[in-house]
Ligand binder design. Structure first.
Ligand SMILES: [Zn+2]
Length: 222
């Protein structure tokens, strides 16, 4: 069974299923066999042409190997206007809805905004928070609201967040390397250790989550 790296900035190991992050401003992406996600990152909204970026994302949505919209989202730790971030995020959510593709979300200090948005928009899509590192209380609340979590090295390494990680139901969990120089194998074995679970069981569970969310006949990866 293949291990899945749900969000990575570089392709490294061919025996894994990797979802490459491509920023909207770097589109078009033309490697046919490579799964990818693309979106307008909240860090970049001041520096790109929005209509062009959204148009490029929409064009990419029609590619079979573009499997999720993101990373997109909200970041209250940067000085950029949150209402601007919200409006570009909402446009992207609408696009994701139109093409029925899940969201891969960057969220920093904006979990209440995120929960409110998901509730107000009554979105049935899978909303996957990548680089997740919230505390126990936040995790519980996000679980109640149906979110998925993609977890990487910094969360796993943070002893204070251990209970929070252990709280995530296995059927809502993904693992990722993001932009870190770490192997997905290492992330899986660290996760298995923390959960005192068999690595093979985790591999199977995440593979099954991936199939549930992304697996349909149109997908070319399995
Ligand atoms: Zn990333």
């Amino acid at each position: 069974m293949k291990k899945i790296d749900l969000h990575t900035h570089q392709i490294t190991e061919e025996e894994y299923i990797q979802v490459l992050n491509v920023f909207a401003q770097d589109l078009p992406f033309s490697e046919n066999g490579q799964l990818f996600s693309t979106g307008l990152h909240p860090w970049h909204i001041k520096n790109v042409k929005h209509q062009e970026s959204l148009q490029a994302i929409e064009t990419a949505m029609r590619q079979k190997n573009m499997i999720a919209l993101g990373e997109c989202g909200l970041d209250r730790s940067i000085a950029k206007d949150i209402s601007n971030q919200l409006s570009y995020f909402e446009e992207q959510i609408r696009l994701a809805e139109n093409y029925s593709k899940p969201l891969i979300i960057h969220c920093v200090r904006a979990y209440p905004d995120l929960i409110k948005l998901k509730r107000d928009l009554k979105s049935d899509l899978p909303w996957i928070i990548h680089g997740y590192c919230g505390n126990l209380e936040t995790t519980r609340s996000l679980i109640r609201h149906g979110f998925y979590f993609s977890v990487g090295e910094s969360f796993l390494k943070d002893e204070r967040k251990r209970a929070s990680f252990q709280e995530i139901p296995i059927d809502r969990l993904f693992l990722e390397t993001d932009d870190k120089e770490v192997s997905i194998q290492y992330i899986y074995s660290t996760a298995a250790q923390i959960l005192t679970a068999d690595e093979e069981m985790i591999t199977e569970a995440i593979y099954s989550n991936f199939k549930t969310i992304f697996g349909n006949d149109k997908l070319i990866c399995f």
